[in-house]
Design a protein around this ligand. Structure first.
Ligand code: M6R
Length: 368
């Protein structure tokens, strides 16, 4: 049942190329336009949307953070991302032109469910991104985009996360198509890039042994930090959450630009810091990240860097370098998170923990 793997989590990590491919299947019509079958909101409803609020918990929240970068960039609609548990109790401003997007793998998370109930009472439209057919959250929403990860058994979400990212990109591109904020050929170009992602995820998985060796080097670590910028920031947060959940290790993710506003004080000799380096591009994102890495290294940190193939600028500052396939910055989370999942899985396994059923946690959290 685990396909020869020791843990469901590991099996699910290796299923990701298939899960991503399945989540992309059948989204392009014969006319070349994107179609989201389970989207029960009309194009007119979507054109009227003037604000999007994404609500979710845990890993799904981090998928929502990536979605914000994509939707604002491609569709020019303001997006807020909020933890479901906070949203519900703060009297949020909601109108009938607000689209609330609830992201939930299980479709049963109580915090998220209460949040959408609240949004619907305020007459906002609710769209669910969900992996579980017929679960409560999609049933109580106006529309749903189903991810096609297949059942996720491990408590730590992996393929659930990757397929949520795919659904978020599809939603962003669909809104861009409906609102006309992007030309059709630009949208199909991104779709082409998305369709190459299963192959890129596989390339990362083929190097799992490199990550396992790194994990084994860190079984005695007491704390691991994660740094990212832009779409790499939620990846850093997710990498840290994985490590907390299953390895019971102190781990924290930071936006690299925030280092000098406090966290750099934590850096001491030998502290491992996993750095998600953005692809080289026309903006300064990449170079700013490199200078952040230089700074922590100068203070004794051991820098474990994930950077795209061919990026030689990082070499002098990386104690360990793991290369990622070259992909656009907005899509990079799909490949960058995979080594972090493998890292946490292997580390937890080496420590002798129950990787699939970590202490104190449940797969779906049905109490608020
Ligand atoms: O089923 P949901 O996506 O609504 O679950 C949300 C969180 O409980 C979930 O992502 C949790 O953080 C995972 N254990 C993360 O690995």
């Amino acid at each position: 049942e685990k396909d020869g793997h020791d843990w469901f989590m590991r099996k699910e990590i290796f299923e990701q190329p298939r899960a991503v491919a399945d989540s992309l299947l059948g989204r392009r019509g014969e006319d070349g336009l994107l179609q989201l079958d389970e989207m029960r909101l009309s194009d007119q409803d979507l054109r009227d949307i003037d604000k999007i609020i994404i609500i979710a918990a845990g890993t799904s929240f981090y998928a929502g953070m990536v979605a914000k970068y994509a939707i604002e960039h491609w569709c020019r609609i303001p997006v807020e991302v909020e933890l479901a548990s906070e949203f519900r109790y703060r009297d949020p401003i909601l109108t009938s032109d607000t689209l609330v997007v609830a992201i939930s793998q299980s479709g049963e998370t109580a915090d998220t469910l209460q949040a959408i109930r609240h949004a619907r009472v305020q007459r906002s439209k609710v769209l669910a991104i969900c992996n579980t057919n017929g679960s409560t959250i999609p049933r109580e929403s106006d529309g749903v985009i189903y991810t096609h990860a297949g059942p996720e058994i491990g408590v730590a979400s992996t393929k659930g996360f990757l397929t949520q990212l795919v659904a978020c990109y599809l939603l962003a591109l669909y809104l861009a198509q409906v609102k006309g904020t992007r030309f059709g050929d630009e949208i199909s170009q991104v779709m082409d890039q998305l369709e190459q992602m299963p192959g890129h995820v596989q390339t990362v998985l083929d190097k799992a042994d490199e990550v396992y060796a790194l994990a084994r080097d860190h079984v005695d670590s007491r704390s691991v930090l994660f740094l990212g910028r832009h779409a790499g920031y939620p990846v850093a947060l997710e990498g840290a959450l994985k490590l907390k959940e299953i390895a019971y290790l102190h781990a924290e993710g930071f936006a690299a630009g925030e280092l000098k506003h406090g966290p750099i004080a934590l850096v001491e000799e030998g502290l491992p810091i996993l750095c998600v380096v953005p692809p080289r591009g026309r903006d300064q994102l990449h170079d700013k990240m490199i200078s952040g890495i230089q700074e922590v290294r100068a203070r004794g940190a051991r820098t474990l860097c994930l950077a795209e193939e061919g990026d030689t600028t990082i070499e002098p500052y990386a104690d360990v370098l793991f290369t990622l396939p070259q992909v656009p910055v907005l899509l990079q989370p799909l490949v960058a998170v995979v080594p972090l999942q493998l890292f946490a899985c292997e580390l937890a396994s080496q420590l002798g923990h129950d990787v699939d059923q970590p202490r104190n946690l449940a797969k779906s959290v049905t109490v608020e």
